[in-house]
Design a protein around this ligand. Structure first.
Ligand code: ADP
Length: 487
């Protein structure tokens, strides 16, 4: 059936709750949209299934994708109700995607604040509809590649579902952990709602401290587990980094690998980025200065020569706001300016706002999700701050490197695979290991020394811009994994 088995290329269906350019909440959206396209470029018949959340079909049309509605719907039974989703085949930008439309399930927001039998239904439907998809598309994948807890019901269903678990389907599954902190916990009783046999409700199956753990079900039942950086692949096998599943993952380590996320050059390239006021390249950085000016204007500031530290990301504990916010006053004292873009936990949003009110000439906070402003911040900053407590891969530091904005990061997960200390071989940024405001401040102090030396600063920025963090490095590793599963 495949190149390995008989001359044809592997057929792989990616399933993800979010995928650019249709929808995006965070890094998963970037990866799920760009990886299937990169794999198609490298000769894999790779397609994507993702929900048509509210507005997605209009966006796809605006972007010039060709859309056709398939005559048959994809179906799944959940809590004794048949859900039917319209399947739109959508092609363009090197991608073949199936957009699943079911307005009563796929509304405005992607992830619920709290998981309940109702709020989990869109994710159960996406997973089960993926298994019914071939009857609508007449295209049957050899491998289904699932991403994070929202698609974890799929490998679990292939093992324990009353219908799919005994259908003799030989489809292989890959499950990628983008963030082990979100596992999807439900009551054990609710497993029957979506056709899962009782045997799954055991500790060898999905049972986890008296609950059903969707992620655990996927880990146990899939054929291969990947995560998004080699560093994180090591951390999740330990008690500290395993978020309660470290022991299990260690026992499954034979099927675990870490493959670094790539960056999609089509969206993230300062040479071509349509969202920048001026474009630039390593050969001519004058556009970067124009971007800094524009970014400063957004804060109502003029360039007074002070270094500009930016941050773009969810304001949550994972991202290190509990050490960044207490360090703000000292950072201002060190003559830095800070431009923060993001939203998240109320306590961090309030602390950031109050710092902006206390230091109006030095701290600016944009609360919310704003794609154009994020691009401008990556381009206009001198340094990018990412003090994450843990970081599966992190795309933000890769983007900042590409845009010549020097990262200052905590040495966690994918950050330590991609950022190397200035002055060491391959040095492209600044790192710290401890998780305190003082550790962060020390790294910033080293960065400030380099900032004062314009030549060193420019060389450092250029080193980041010239590094290759595209999918060219990582897509072949996924291809190899698929081929090994089909041997
Ligand atoms: P995570 O997936 O954990 O949120 P990543 O660094 O892997 O973190 O990816 C975050 C992605 O989301 C990046 O593309 C980043 O630019 C984007 N992003 C995060 N917050 C915002 C925001 N407030 N506005 C615009 N883009 C954002």
């Amino acid at each position: 059936m495949t190149a390995v088995q008989g001359g044809r290329t592997p057929k792989v269906l990616h399933v993800s709750p979010e995928a650019v350019p249709f929808s995006k909440v965070g890094g998963l959206g970037d990866v799920a949209g760009s990886l299937p396209a990169a794999l198609r470029d490298s000769g894999t018949d790779c397609r994507l299934l993702t929900p048509a959340w509210e507005g997605v079909l209009d966006r796809a049309r605006e972007l010039g994708f060709s859309l056709s509605r398939l005559s048959r719907k994809a179906e799944a039974v959940i809590r004794w109700k048949i859900h039917r989703g319209t399947v739109w085949k959508c092609s363009g930008e090197g991608l073949v995607a199936y957009l699943l439309e079911e307005p009563s399930l796929f509304g405005k927001t992607v992830y619920p604040r709290e998981l309940t039998p109702d709020s989990v239904t869109p994710f159960l439907f996406l997973s089960l509809a993926a298994l019914d998809l071939p009857s609508a598309t007449l295209w049957k994948p050899d491998i289904i590649h699932c991403h994070d807890w929202g698609t974890a019901p799929l490998p679990a269903a292939l093992k324990w579902h009353i219908h799919f678990g005994s259908s003799g389907d030989v489809c292989k599954t890959v499950f990628t952990i983008h963030n082990l902190a979100h596992q999807g916990l439900l009551s054990l009783e609710s497993l029957g709602d979506w056709g899962i046999r009782n045997e799954a409700a055991r500790v060898e199956g999905m049972e986890y401290f008296g609950m059903a753990n969707l992620m655990k079900g996927a880990l146990v039942s899939c054929d291969a587990i990947t995560t998004v950086s080699p560093g994180y692949a090591e951390e999740i096998l330990t008690e500290e980094g395993g978020e309660g599943l470290g022991g299990l993952l260690k026992s499954l380590s034979g099927k675990v690998s870490g493959i670094l996320n790539g960056l999609d050059d089509r969206y993230w390239d300062p040479r071509t980025d349509p969202l920048l006021p001026e474009r630039y390249s390593p050969d001519n950085l004058s556009g970067k200065t124009a971007c800094k000016k524009k970014l400063l204007e957004r804060a109502g500031w003029k360039d007074d020569g002070r270094p500009l530290l930016v941050s773009v990301g969810r304001m949550v504990e994972q991202k290190g706001f509990s050490i960044l916010l207490p360090a703000l006053e000292e950072l201002v004292g060190m003559n830095c300016r800070l431009f923060l873009v993001g939203s998240g936990q109320t306590e961090y949003e309030e602390a950031a706002d109050s710092a902006a009110a206390r230091f109006p000439g030095s701290v600016f906070v944009f609360r919310g999700y704003d794609e154009p402003l994020a691009h401008l911040a990556y381009a206009g900053g001198d340094f990018f701050l990412m003090p994450s407590r843990f970081e599966p891969c992190g795309l933000s530091q890769l983007i900042s490197l590409r845009y010549g904005t020097v990262p200052i990061v905590r040495a966690a997960g994918g950050l330590r695979d991609t950022v190397f200390e200035h002055g060491t071989p391959g040095g492209n940024g600044f790192l710290f290991s401890g998780y305190t405001p003082e550790d962060l401040l020390e790294a910033v102090a080293r960065a400030m020394e380099v900032f004062r030396d314009k030549v060193s600063m420019q060389l450092l920025s250029l080193r980041g811009m010239n590094a290759d963090f595209s999918w060219n490095r990582s897509a072949p590793l996924y291809k190899k994994l698929y081929e090994s599963l089909l041997l």
